[in-house]
Every structure is written in structure tokens, then in C-alpha cells.
Design a protein around this ligand. Structure first.
Ligand code: NDP
Length: 284
């Protein structure tokens, strides 16, 4: 039977560490970390994420501002707002909630954010820093996965790590972080031959695909650490991951549930990045 990695509890621990550090930072420097979140249009899932981010900011003692712009916002209007926030010294982090409406150019928008305020770590400069291994921010979801592994007392060094999924926001940076932690890393994707066989070699298996229960119990090496990033919705509306949890649970050594695994970590790591950005603004 696997040990369940409780992402909710670990995320709460990180948020309270951030709140504690924020209190000390405010006392010493008289500065309140500030996060500005921009949301364009009325995607209901994005609205929930933005509300949760705001709540987390309040709990950490941050100043947070949400800019809810209409779906008709032009590229120039959005970029003008980013420029203004780039110049505002009370704003340490800027986050543009994705996806953007189709008429807006996501890449140009992300490029517009000053890298030192890019708390999502999506700017090509910060992406490059992750490749080099000399970073100020880590992308929140992969960084959250690494914290789950670390805080569960699991060492990555020398382990066979398999990451299923190669997206820019999850799969690729996840593989880099495991590599930097001295894992031996394989990345799988939709053209991978023998996905099952490769997954079975994994001491640490990270699933970031977005396909409901793609990873079955017989694809997991006994005792493996299974980190399930996927968020999928079943017909009855409940959430499930990329891993068939009931099948994986008896085989794995450690496993993250969905919900309550990786999900809560993403916002906790965003809080951590925002505090880092505020500290960096003071050269700390
Ligand atoms: P993307 O759709 O950008 O990437 C999915 C990846 O999975 C691609 O690299 C794709 O391969 C690969 N893939 C698709 N089908 C298969 C298959 N049959 N076998 C092997 N690989 C396959 O997704 P994201 O990385 O953005 O997100 C992945 C999941 O994580 C989603 O469920 C998302 O909701 C969730 N997520 C959760 C977060 C959290 O906070 N917990 C945060 C971000 C994402 P190819 O490149 O060849 O197309």
C-alpha cells in the first residue's frame, strides 16, 4: 500500500512559512509583497483560480490586486497595463491568467512582463535560467512537485525518473528539476513507443498529460513514487488525475491524490515566488 502524499497539508505548511517570513520582511523593510493578477474574459475555471490566488495572498499578508478585463480587451490595452505594473514599485509579481482569448498573442504578452516580476516563470529569460540551473523563480507546478518529493523525505539522486508530458509549463521544467536533483530522467510524450515499459522503469513517475487515468496500475514499478499532476473531470463532475489511483495505490510506494495532491502546491509556490520577488527588489 502506498503512502499518500498530502499536498493540502504540505501546501498549508509552505503558506504558513511564507506568511511568517513575510511578517519578518515587512518588519525589517516596511515593504508589503504585492501581486497583481490580470484576467481577461470570463472563463469560469480561470475565475476560480484567480479567487483562490487572492485568498492565498490575503492569508500570506500580501497586497493583491486583480485586474478583471473584458474579453474585448485589445493587445495594446493589455500591454499598456503590464507596462504600468512593470513600473509600479509596490508590485513585485505580475501574473497573467492563461488561457487568454484567442485574439490576444500570449507569447508577446508574457514577454512584456519584466523577468524579475514574472512570478509564474513563463518569460523566456526565466525559462532559460531554469535550463542553466541558476534561477530566481521556478515554475509553480513543477516546483510544487519537487517540494512534495523533498518534504516526503524522498531523495531523487541516482533514481530513474520518468516524466510523462513535455509541455513548457509542466513536463519540460519538471524534467529539468529532476535532472538538477541528480535523477536520471526520461521524458515521454504522445509519440513515445512502449509508454508502459518505460513507466515501469521509473522509481519516480510524474504524470502531466491531461488524460484521465492513462497510467494504469500495471505501468507502475512496485514501490515507485507517483506524482499525478493531471486534473481531469469525470462524467459525474468529480475530479481525477492521469493515474488510475485505485490500481496504483496498492503498487506504489508513495502517491499523490487528485484532488489534494499537486493542485494546492501550485498556489503555495506562487506565494513563495512573490515573496522572493519582493526580497529581490531589496537585493536580498
Ligand atoms: P499539455 O496538453 O500542454 O501537455 C500534455 C502532454 O502530454 C503533451 O506533451 C503530450 O504529448 C502528452 N501526451 C498526450 N497524450 C499522451 C499519451 N497518450 N501518452 C503520452 N503522452 C501524452 O498539458 P499541461 O502540461 O499543461 O497539463 C497536463 C495536465 O496537468 C492537465 O491535466 C492539466 O490540467 C494539469 N495541470 C495541473 C496543474 C496543477 O496545478 N495541478 C497545473 C498545470 C497543469 P505531445 O507533446 O506529443 O503532444
Amino acid at each position: 500500500m502506498a503512502q499518500i502524499i498530502d499536498g493540502k497539508a504540505i501546501a498549508a505548511e509552505i503558506r504558513s512559512e511564507v506568511a511568517e517570513e513575510t511578517r519578518a520582511f515587512k518588519e525589517t523593510y516596511g515593504i508589503t509583497p504585492g501581486l497583481s493578477v490580470i484576467i481577461v474574459g470570463d472563463d469560469p475555471a480561470s475565475q476560480v483560480y484567480v479567487r483562490n490566488k487572492r485568498k492565498a495572498c490575503d492569508n500570506c499578508g500580501f497586497a493583491s490586486e486583480t485586474y478583471a478585463l473584458p474579453a474585448s480587451t485589445t493587445q495594446a490595452e493589455l500591454e499598456a497595463l503590464i507596462d504600468r505594473l512593470n513600473q509600479d514599485e509596490t508590485v513585485h509579481g505580475i501574473l497573467v491568467q492563461l488561457p487568454l482569448p484567442a485574439h490576444l498573442d500570449e507569447k508577446t504578452v508574457l514577454l512584456r512582463i519584466r523577468p524579475e516580476k514574472d512570478v509564474d516563470a513563463f518569460h523566456p529569460f526565466n525559462v532559460g535560467e531554469i535550463m542553466i540551473g541558476d534561477y530566481r523563480f521556478l515554475p509553480c507546478t513543477p516546483a510544487g512537485c519537487m517540494e512534495l518529493i523533498r518534504r516526503s523525505g524522498i531523495s531523487v539522486e541516482g533514481k530513474n525518473c520518468v516524466v510523462v508530458g513535455r509541455s513548457t509549463i509542466v513536463g519540460k521544467p519538471m524534467a529539468m528539476l529532476l535532472l538538477q536533483a541528480n535523477g536520471t530522467v526520461t521524458i515521454c510524450h504522445s509519440r513515445t513507443r512502449d509508454l508502459s515499459g518505460i513507466c515501469r522503469t521509473a522509481d519516480i513517475l510524474v504524470a502531466a498529460v491531461g488524460k484521465r487515468e492513462l497510467i494504469r496500475g500495471d505501468m507502475i514499478k512496485p514501490g515507485a513514487v507517483v506524482i499525478d499532476v493531471g486534473i481531469n473531470r469525470k462524467e459525474d463532475g468529480t475530479l481525477c488525475g492521469d493515474v488510475a489511483f485505485e490500481e496504483a495505490f496498492p503498487v506504489a510506494g508513495y502517491i499523490t491524490p487528485v484532488p489534494g495532491g499537486v493542485g494546492p502546491m501550485t498556489i503555495a509556490m506562487l506565494m513563495k515566488n512573490t515573496l522572493t520577488a519582493a526580497k529581490r527588489s531589496k537585493g536580498i
